[in-house]
Write a protein of this length. Structure first.
Length: 62
């Protein structure tokens, strides 16, 4: 059975590592235009650059 909608998963914008549930992340994003945000995970995947804590700490240390 083919899926019409393929669910996107969050991944680090730097290394491509899949973000696991409960993992600490850092997100670069613009302040949302809409007042109501129904599903934060979908918004983060669609509208932000997500970085895993390892990549963020490496970049911060440079």
């Amino acid at each position: 059975m083919n899926r019409i909608f393929k669910r996107k998963t969050a991944a680090c914008a730097n290394c491509g590592k899949k973000i696991e549930t409960g993992e600490e992340i850092y997100a670069k994003m613009r302040y949302p235009k809409r007042k109501i945000m129904v599903e934060i995970k979908a918004y983060l995947i669609k509208e932000t650059e997500i970085f895993c804590s390892t990549c963020f700490k490496q970049e911060k240390g440079k």
